[in-house]
Design a protein around this ligand. Structure first.
Ligand SMILES: Cc1cc2nc3c(=O)[nH]c(=O)nc-3n(C[C@H](O)[C@H](O)[C@H](O)COP(=O)(O)O)c2cc1C
Length: 338
């Protein structure tokens, strides 16, 4: 394992070696994924929504605890904007707390009640959002840290379409709690830039998709390795009521864009493409990567091989250390001393 390179309020808050969080990944954040990140010195989050019923999630919590060798791991609690999709939030939180989880990544609207209950159980919550306005609301609601996500992020980056490198310095000057940024970070240079921009950690998703421990089909990982800078597209951008969703460009994504262009707005008009378990079944399980909305951002371009998670995180930290040394060489001696 790579020795620690940075100590920040995020490494302290989460008790981790490196300032790296691996975001919740719908369908992919299982015990192997989460434990691989934890054992490599970061923090990662199970996604309860990936499991068909609470019992399956509860069993995954047990497996995760075993695979983490007693080290803490996290759970992602996503407050959906879709009515009726939050009925199990309380149960997921309760199961997580009962399993000993104390580290939570919250996402979505009004996380105040969740944060309050997490604190009552002695836990911590980092809230993920795209805008400073949301971040300030979450800080007021008690969030222990904030993640700001930029438009490059795989999954749902919010509709603001801003780079996290624009929002981060602004947020770092305004927030009292520590800041994490994410969206497009897939290199050690990107991590150093995040720290320079005022963040105390990064959240990664796309860069980790080809890790050995991710359960998805070999065809899917081959597609990730073949990704180029423009291999992802932002669907439902602008003011679309579905909410922005960055995915791999495939047949499904192209069809979504075609329907958008012809004026489709409602969920029903896209349900046959985006709903249910399609991405899990067609792409992740069966390897048909042309089907399903496959969350992914341009940071996948940095994946060059299917590797163990620890090798990925070690190389990111080695790159970050090298980038830091390069900056020191570029700096004028008097500014380094100052
Ligand atoms: C395959 C995939 C699935 C994701 N699913 C979720 C999710 O269920 N909940 C969530 O909060 N974020 C989700 N995200 C976002 C990530 O947690 C993370 O914030 C994002 O990937 C960071 O940006 P990056 O992809 O540029 O590294 C997902 C991202 C990907 C790539």
């Amino acid at each position: 394992m790579h020795p620690p390179v940075f100590r920040t309020r995020i490494t302290e808050l989460f008790g981790i070696r490196h300032p790296i969080l691996a975001g919740g990944l719908m369908w992919l954040s299982n015990a192997e994924y989460v434990a691989s990140v934890v054992r490599a010195g970061g923090m990662a989050f199970l996604t309860p929504r990936s499991f068909p019923e609470p019992g399956a999630f509860a069993r995954e919590l047990v497996r995760c605890r075993e695979l983490c060798d007693g080290m803490p791991f996290g759970v992602n609690l996503n407050v959906s904007r879709v009515e009726g999709h939050n009925l199990r939030l309380d149960e997921w939180l309760e199961l997580s707390l009962r399993a000993g989880v104390r580290h939570f990544e919250t996402v979505g609207r009004a996380p105040g009640d969740l944060i309050h209950r997490i604190h009552a159980a002695g836990g911590i919550a980092i809230h993920k959002c795209p805008l400073l306005r949301h971040a300030l609301n979450a800080e007021r609601a008690g969030a222990d840290a904030i993640t700001i996500i930029g438009v490059e992020a795989g999954g749902h980056p919010g509709n603001a379409e801003l780079s996290c490198y624009v929002v981060a310095p602004l947020a770092a000057r305004t927030l009292r709690v520590p800041l994490v940024i994410g969206g497009g970070i897939g290199s050690g240079e990107g991590i150093l830039a995040a720290l320079a921009a005022g963040a105390e950690g990064v959240v990664l998703g796309s860069r980790l998709l080809a890790a050995e421990e991710v359960w998805a089909h070999a065809n899917y990982k081959a597609r990730i390795l073949a990704a180029e800078q423009e291999s992802s597209v932002l669907t439902f951008a602008g003011t679309h009521p579905m909410g922005a969703w960055r995915v791999l460009e495939n047949e499904t994504a192209r069809e979504v864009l075609r329907r958008e262009a012809s004026g489709a707005r409602s969920y029903e008009e896209f349900a046959d493409l985006v709903g249910g378990t399609k991405s899990r079944d067609y792409a992740y399980r069966d390897g048909d990567v042309e089907r399903g909305m496959l969350s992914c951002g341009p940071a996948a371009v940095f994946s060059k091989a299917v590797e163990p998670m620890e090798a990925i995180i070690d190389s990111l930290m080695a790159e970050a250390g090298a980038a830091q040394r390069r900056l020191r060489r570029l700096a004028l001696a008097e500014s380094v001393d100052a």
